[in-house]
Design a protein around this ligand. Structure first.
Ligand code: G6P
Length: 369
């Protein structure tokens, strides 16, 4: 009913707007007020195991799998532990190599996804230590794991996941920080900057949400596009995948996410004036390379919607449309960048009069294998 939607026309929009608050709920009691420490009890209770881990394997499906790709980048960068990310449905059926000393992290909003649960059971049989990142307290996956961290973002009703995604990434950043601190694999300056970034996220997401009106206007230009390409690199390659997934799920427009530099090995053949390209080009260590990827798209007549850092002038001069996000340490950019992409997908779907909260053929939790 209207009441549960808190005045928003759809649960999805409500959940997008809730993100400043859900990030607070997710970090509450876990980051000390003075920003000097992060404490995740599930990680600390198994500290030795984590510190001695040979490898971490994420298993997940859908949006949770995209969040896991960001987790891979966070943990490898900060903790220097090798990480792999597996679709639960692939992992469980191919006799995976699981060694003693491996940690399997199962990521699931609902905690009920059948393939992810089965992957957990398999890894458990093979003697791995299983850690869960779930939202639903007491869910099947949460119960089947040895330990874990809840994301605490509240019930997510919209089938297309939004606040759970940003909560999952936030938890992964806190896991990486906890381990990096213990292992001494990041400098104190880096550690503090990530914590400060996490503390500022709610306020910065609020700032991103102020672009909603502009994104809604922008969406009207693309309501009748048949295909979309989303490009990103590094931390934002998974965000490109997630942005494309959001659009597919709720607008039924075909969309593909691709690593920006890999575009020249195939997707570039598709680019013409009918092909909008959403390019993530925040200020990071490969910004210049991303700019040249965008120039390549431009030269072939593609329409460019760029997500850039506030104050950007270089991409602004090339792109057809720009959406700005505030500056933040690179490893946390995925959380800010995902918000305008959620809104873009949402508005395009609304323009097309789609059933945003319950898209055809999709289910909130997939309990079939
Ligand atoms: C379904 C939902 C997706 C979700 C995926 C994994 O496909 O529609 O939004 O990302 O399942 O769900 P989980 O609950 O395991 O995160």
């Amino acid at each position: 009913g209207q009441l549960e939607k808190g005045g928003y026309p759809h649960f999805m929009l409500k959940e997008i707007y809730e993100q400043p608050k859900t990030i607070i709920d997710c970090t509450r009691g876990r980051i000390s007020a003075d920003g000097s420490s992060v404490t995740l009890s599930g990680v600390m209770a198994n500290k030795e195991r984590f510190l001695n881990a040979n490898r971490i394997i994420f298993v997940a499906c859908g949006t949770s799998w995209h969040a896991s790709l960001i987790g891979e980048r966070l943990i490898e960068e900060m903790c220097r532990i090798p990480v792999e990310v597996e679709y639960a449905s692939e992992f469980r059926y191919r006799n995976p190599v699981i060694n003693k000393g491996d940690i399997v992290i199962a990521v699931s909003q609902s905690g009920e996804t059948a393939d992810t649960l089965a992957a957990v059971e398999l890894a458990k049989e093979r003697g791995a230590f299983i850690f869960g990142i779930c939202n639903q307290v007491g869910s099947s996956i949460a119960r089947a794991t040895d330990s874990g961290t809840y994301i605490h973002v509240g019930p997510e009703i919209g089938v297309a996941s939004t606040k759970a995604f940003t909560g999952q990434v936030t938890v992964m950043a806190m896991i990486a920080l906890t381990l990096a601190h213990e292992k001494g694999t990041v400098t104190p300056e880096y550690f503090s900057e990530v914590i400060r970034g996490l503390q500022r996220l709610p306020e910065l997401i609020e700032r991103v949400l102020e672009s909603d009106g502009r994104i809604s206007e922008l969406s009207k230009i693309f309501t009748y596009s048949r295909n979309f390409l989303y490009l990103g690199r590094g931390y934002n390659y998974p965000v490109a995948l997630e942005g494309a997934l959001k659009l597919k799920e709720i607008s039924y427009i075909h969309a593909e996410g691709y690593p920006a530099a890999e575009m020249k090995h195939g997707p570039i053949a598709l680019i013409d004036s009918e092909m909008p390209v959403v390019a993530i080009a925040t200020a990071d260590n490969i910004y210049d390379k991303t700019v040249s990827n965008i120039q390549t798209v431009k030269a072939r007549g593609g329409k460019i919607i760029a997500v850039v850092t506030e104050g950007d002038t270089v991409v602004r001069a090339i792109a057809d449309h720009c959406i700005e996000v505030p500056p933040i340490i690179e490893c946390l950019t995925p959380i800010l960048v995902s918000v305008p992409l959620q809104l873009l997908a949402y508005h395009i779907a609304v323009n097309k009069d789609r059933n945003v909260d319950q898209p055809r053929n999709l289910a909130k939790s997939v309990t079939v294998e």
